[in-house]
Design a binder for this molecule. Structure first.
Ligand code: NDP
Length: 247
């Protein structure tokens, strides 16, 4: 049933926790080969060890990667190509959500969100496109958000980055020349480390209440798996997944 997953080489950014980690764990069960990136090398090392002992000891590897550094994103993708011979799927998942009111002028956090959530995605696309063109095939999955469809107070910049992710994904789809599949994954409230980086106390309090209904990261991983396992002539362009109770 999962003929289009087995053996695929998948690069995942932000694989050290949350949705990225859950996706690595799920895809590993279906015979994919994984190259995992994030800044926290120790977390990635532990995850690779767990995956290798559950599956086989050549199916996963990691590179310490800061997606705001183009050369590091290139090195992550190159490591996948070097180790596994090709790159079938890139999951641009790394992201930050330090939401706050604009009046707080947390300009450094605005910069960080733009650097990680937008530029990180673009650096990923820049790294895989030449490889996927040479292969005449590939799949880029970009993690946006329900916040990429709707703005709420404190979400201006975060939503701006996630709208941008959807625009970039759609542009890639239009330019795919029938070779490259492009998928937007737009999660709603999902239980991960994401809200723990909010520094505005008012926004943090609101967020704590909102996240009471959050769903498990595995729910998002399952939607990513669904997009990948479709036959090559089927491009799942966007999946929105949120808690049943989310407004
Ligand atoms: P987590 O905070 O659990 O995971 C974020 C991941 O991104 C971590 O692995 C982190 O690793 C990585 N990361 C952060 N900054 C960088 C960087 N500069 N370079 C490389 N990796 C980085 O949150 P989620 O799993 O929730 O987030 C994953 C994606 O899902 C994000 O794009 C987020 O916006 C999106 N999303 C999440 C929702 C939710 O409710 N949780 C809802 C909608 C979208 P490390 O710190 O080791 O670098």
């Amino acid at each position: 049933a999962n003929d289009n997953l087995n053996g695929k080489v998948v690069v995942i950014t932000g694989a050290s926790s949350g949705i990225g980690e859950a996706t690595a764990r799920l895809l590993a069960r279906y015979g994919t080969r994984l190259m995992l990136g994030a800044r926290r090398g120790e977390k990635l090392r532990e995850l690779v060890t767990v995956l290798e002992s559950a599956h086989d000891d050549t199916m996963a590897a990691f590179e310490v990667t800061d997606v705001t550094q183009r050369d590091q994103v290139q090195a992550l993708v190159d490591a996948a190509k070097q180790k596994f011979g090709r790159v079938d799927v890139l999951i641009n998942n790394a992201g930050l959500m330090p939401v706050s009111y604009l009046d707080e002028l947390k300009v450094d956090e605005w910069d960080r969100m733009i650097d990680v959530n937008i530029k990180g995605v673009l650096y990923g696309i820049a790294a895989v496109l030449p490889i996927m063109r040479a292969q005449h095939g590939g799949h880029v999955i970009n993690v946006s958000s329900v916040a990429g469809h709707r703005v709420l107070p404190t979400y201006s910049v975060y939503s701006g980055t996630k709208y941008a992710v959807r625009a970039i994904s759609e542009g890639l789809r239009q330019e795919s020349r029938g070779e490259i599949r492009s998928t937007i994954i737009s999660p709603g409230l999902t239980s991960t480390e994401l809200p723990s980086h909010i520094t505005d106390p008012n926004a943090a309090e609101t967020m704590d209440k909102m996240f009471a209904i959050a769903i498990d990261a595995d729910a998002i991983a399952r939607s990513i798996k669904y997009a990948i396992e479709q036959p090559d002539d089927v491009d799942v362009n966007e999946i929105v997944v949120r808690p049943t109770k989310q407004e």
